[in-house]
Design a protein around this ligand. Structure first.
Ligand SMILES: [Zn+2]
Length: 631
């Protein structure tokens, strides 16, 4: 069967080991948001359909940026060859290869959005840096397997830009990089970060396999990394070894862009990750401490890339993905992203608890749970990434990330209890995700495999445990892990430290546990855009709705402080809080009858119970030394 499939691919395309495809990408116009590419494809005479990647690994969605794929010209033996897009599949191009043509010459461009507000994919470039994801500039024959196609890629950079990638390099000359032949699957799994302000940091000096951090920033100042931050990131590499016990890559490269023009995001790969965050990431200690970005994407090398749900282990980039097991792929990764951040010293324990309290609180008050269970958020992942904030608490979103944290924490506490403290969820990671050291490979799994893997660590009714949580309509979130850890969710009038840092970063003000409002306030009072109103909350009962803009509080022009002051005063009074809101061209006053004061979530210890959160987040690997000198 395998041999026949390969033979069929050869007939369609004519590629053999001796005739790889050549893909030459030119990033010299990246600061103008356009990537140029030329592709030489070995072909045979006759009809041929070329496809542009549609389902993007790690995005779990049909997000291939076909709308930004421009300028396609095809020729062969010196003559232009016409192409025709498929009537139904916008990602497919039909050509008729004339006799005498053994190589198609294609040229085309990919245009990156220039800002994050565009309603399409995220920007891949700024004036000073670029992230090249090869799927944006790749075509391949329909019906072939990317793991079996050989591409020889080259990349030309703007003058004096530097770069980082996990893709093996054959040679470099000036601004031209020629890569070693790789399968199309490996190429697409190996993005390249490049930029004018650039530096590399070794995260496992003297060790094999190597781990590197490549940083491209919008300004030189953002490249100043503190020695303690290097120490924590090296500890993260050490902690991953202690957790999984084996690695499934030849080398690992964190490709980090620091830019306020590209929204924070991360996409995982076997041997690298495309990590995007704020320009001040290393400069502002709160941003660094509160971000699990690098730990999350790194964890995916094991959980997501090596072990992958069968529905996401598709043979090419056109076959639809099934997201039903994303509560393992993303949920377990979300849990270990925050746990490894704490173990490696990136996040102080107090901040870890505050992040857990925040997750528990917003999910516990999630009205959308009454109509949509957690399983449905995973099954419909492909339409939920990028879902708007309006009515988010009713729509729900990609909740399997944060609710995954709660469920896997609970599973962790159950294993610890059932084994009298001898085992933990770490043992599941070690057996299910670790095993032997291997180069990148994919080992798919099903729900049954997860249940069996958990039972191999600690006998328990895991099928019922997971099924009930996936199918629950609430009303509460699964808080058993927090309770088993010796903590309980409480609300006080002291702001949650983790939410406060995120408020500053996202310019979103959280009044969701008091009035029931989430307000977007760029520049403070000039914003006031009400992005969500929690159904059943005091604001919702008063008639306030998402899409309105807050103008005044108790007759005075609104600011975040004036609104907080009004909430505090109403706590001891009987009068309603009067909100004046703009709804399109109309103004209306809403009387919010709320007297509960400001409310922010925290975890409080339960007397007499062991603090398992401290145990779970304890450093497991030998401590890494603070590097000497300046970074
Ligand atoms: Zn993830």
């Amino acid at each position: 069967m395998m041999v026949l499939a390969v033979a069929c691919a050869t007939l369609t395309w004519g590629q053999t080991a001796q005739t790889p495809a050549h893909l030459d990408v030119d990033l010299r116009d990246a600061p103008k948001y356009i990537f140029h590419a030329e592709l030489l494809l070995p072909v045979r005479t006759g009809p041929l359909t070329l496809v542009y990647p549609k389902w993007i690994p790690g995005e779990h969605s049909p997000t291939g940026p076909i709308v930004d794929f421009l300028g396609l010209k095809i020729s062969g033996a010196g003559s232009e060859i016409p192409w025709r897009r498929d009537d139904v599949d916008m990602f497919a191009f039909h050509v008729e290869v004339p006799s005498g043509v053994s190589t198609l010459e294609l040229s085309y461009d990919y245009v990156s959005p220039s800002d994050a507000t565009a309603s399409r994919e995220a920007p891949s470039a700024t004036a000073k840096l670029a992230m090249l994801n090869w799927y944006t500039v790749a075509l391949y024959p329909q019906g072939t397997k990317p793991a079996e196609l050989t591409y020889v890629a080259s990349l030309r950079l703007p003058a004096n830009w530097k770069y980082g990638t996990a893709l093996p390099v054959a040679k470099e000359s000036g601004d031209l990089i020629e890569f070693a032949p790789a399968s199309l699957a490996t190429l697409i799994d190996s993005p390249v970060v490049a930029g004018a302000y650039f530096r590399d940091i070794d995260l496992s000096p003297g060790q094999s396999p190597p781990h590197s951090l490549h940083i491209a920033a919008d300004g030189a100042g953002a490249l100043q990394v503190k020695p303690a931050q290097v120490q924590h990131l090296r500890q993260l590499v050490a902690e991953s070894g202690a957790l999984f016990g084996a690695r499934h890559y030849r080398r690992y490269d964190f490709l980090l862009t620091l830019s306020d023009r590209m929204p924070p995001d991360g996409v995982e790969h076997h041997e690298s990750s495309d990590d995007r965050t704020e320009e001040a990431y290393f400069l502002d200690p709160e941003l660094f401490e509160s971000s699990d970005l690098l730990a999350h994407e790194f964890t995916h090398s094991w959980n997501g890339k090596y072990r992958r749900p069968v529905g996401l282990a598709t043979p090419d980039y056109q076959t639809p993905m099934k997201g039903d097991l994303l509560w393992v792929y993303e949920g377990l990764t979300q849990y270990y992203g925050v746990v490894l951040s704490a173990r490696s010293g990136i996040a102080p324990l107090g901040l870890f608890r505050e992040s857990l309290a925040s997750v528990a609180a917003y999910l516990n008050d999630r009205p959308g749970r009454t109509w949509r269970n957690l399983q449905d958020t995973a099954t419909s992942a492909q339409i939920l990434y990028g879902a708007p904030l309006e009515y988010a608490s009713w729509r729900q979103g990609i909740d399997y990330y944060d609710e995954g944290t709660l469920i896997w924490l609970e599973a962790d506490t159950i294993i610890r209890k059932e084994s009298n403290g001898k085992k933990s969820l770490d043992d599941f990671c070690r057996t299910f995700e670790g095993g032997e050291n291997t180069p990148p490979k994919i080992v798919p799994y099903t729900f049954e495999d997860v249940v069996a893997g958990m039972n191999a660590v600690a006998a328990y009714d895991w099928r019922t445990f997971f099924s009930t949580r996936l199918q629950s309509h609430g009303p509460n979130a699964p808080l058993g892990g927090i309770e088993n850890s010796g903590w309980k969710l409480v609300f006080t009038d002291t702001p949650n430290e983790f939410e406060h840092i995120n408020e500053l970063a996202n310019q979103e003000l959280e009044f969701q546990y008091s009035l029931g409002l989430l307000i977007h306030a760029p520049g403070g009072e000039d914003g006031g855009h009400i992005v969500d109103v929690i159904p059943g909350s005091a604001a919702a009962e008063a008639g306030v709705a998402p899409g309105m803009r807050l103008v005044a509080v108790n007759g005075r022009k609104w600011t975040p402080d004036i609104l907080r002051d009004a909430i505090a005063r109403a706590k001891n009074g009987s009068g309603a809080i009067e909100l004046l809101a703009e709804n399109g061209e109309y103004y209306q006053s809403y009387r919010v009858d709320y007297h509960g004061g400001e409310r922010y979530p925290h975890l409080e210890p339960v007397n007499g119970k062991t603090d398992l959160l401290a145990e779970i987040t304890k450093m497991k690997a030998p401590p890494v030394a603070l590097p000497a000198g300046d970074y």
